[in-house]
Design a protein around this ligand. Structure first.
Ligand code: DON
Length: 309
């Protein structure tokens, strides 16, 4: 049985990692993200018994960025079934950066997994909806169910800022359209994807999503099933093998908790029989992962023996 971590303990652990707040750099390839404050650190734990603890700047909202890839994957799987999704996107990890294009040229020319940008763009393309707004509206409704919070929306400025500068993601989409992995309009898929990445949450809302995944897809308060159990398992498995991009191997060794990072500086972690952990700290290391997020998760995992391995 894993010991409970109280809010006071969490505050202390957060203070311990505070000195690392300026060790990396905030993301600047999306102009709107470059204004994040490296000192805005926050952490929340949602236990699967419904109890929650938090510390730091927990009211700060940040965009999901790549963490949204886990949620869009769950929805695309529910919309289309496993066969359809995995005919178009693979299940294998990659040692490449998240926006890498070159493996698409290998046969079969489908993205290696749904956590790299190419795979995530293909997944967004599969979400049911005739227009980008319909897809994003369905994704938001899904997130409202996952968090039991209907106030969550997306940040228009971040979405527009990314849409206007996403030339590499456009290239990935055009390449995949040539190979019939994606259908329809490239611009519309990119529109939906950039809005998906710009969905804003705080650490408490994010930790609750982690707890739902840890609870096999059932809401931790009501017990209502929101994601089929086997699909929640698929999402958590991708978090282990591909969630931290080309740092997934070292993260598995040092931390050993299924987790997904985003370039806003957030990390979502989900641990069966325990709950969800969310960390925010906008300074990123060279691989695009939150410096403070990694340090804090490593500390907690070692101190409380949380590794699944
Ligand atoms: O596709 C992009 O560039 C972003 N919107 C999401 C990338 C991301 O979060 C990668 N993370 N570590």
């Amino acid at each position: 049985m894993i010991k409970e971590i109280t809010a006071n303990v969490l505050e202390d652990w957060l203070d311990n990692v505070r000195p690392f707040a300026y060790d990396g750099q905030v993301a600047n390839y999306i102009p709107a993200l470059s204004r994040s404050n490296p000192e805005d650190l926050a952490v929340a734990i949602h236990y699967i018994d419904g109890h929650a603890v938090e510390a730091g700047e927990t009211e700060v909202r940040f965009t999901l960025q790549s963490i949204s890839k886990v949620i869009s994957l769950a929805l695309a799987l529910m919309d289309n079934g496993e066969n359809y999704v995995f005919d178009r996107v693979g299940m294998e990890p990659t040692g490449d950066p998240f926006h890498s294009i070159y493996r698409l040229e290998q046969i079969p020319s489908k993205p290696l997994n749904p956590m790299i940008n190419a795979g995530a763009l293909a997944v967004t393309n599969m979400i049911h909806g005739d227009t980008p707004d319909e897809k994003v509206g369905r994704l938001l409704s899904f997130i409202h169910e996952l968090t039991d919070d209907s106030t969550i929306g997306y940040n228009e400025e971040v979405a527009t800022s990314e849409f206007e500068s996403a030339f590499l993601n456009r290239s990935l989409l055009y390449y995949m359209k040539q190979h019939q992995i994606v259908t329809g309009s490239v611009e519309e898929t990119l529109d939906a994807y950039t809005k998906q990445c710009a969905i804003e949450v705080n650490v408490c809302q994010l930790a609750r999503i982690g707890a739902l995944l840890a609870n096999g897809g059932k809401d931790i308060q009501s017990g209502r099933r929101i994601i089929p159990r086997h699909l929640a398992r698929i999402c958590k498995t991708f978090m282990v093998t591909c969630g931290m991009y080309d740092a997934s191997g070292s993260f598995a060794i040092k931390v050993g908790i299924p987790a997904k990072s985003g370039v806003s500086g957030s990390v979502l972690a989900s641990l069966n029989d325990f709950g969800g952990i969310a960390v925010y700290g906008p300074s990123l290391d060279e691989k695009g992962n939150s410096v403070v997020g990694l340090k804090l998760l490593e500390t907690l995992s070692n101190r409380y023996d949380l590794s699944i391995f």
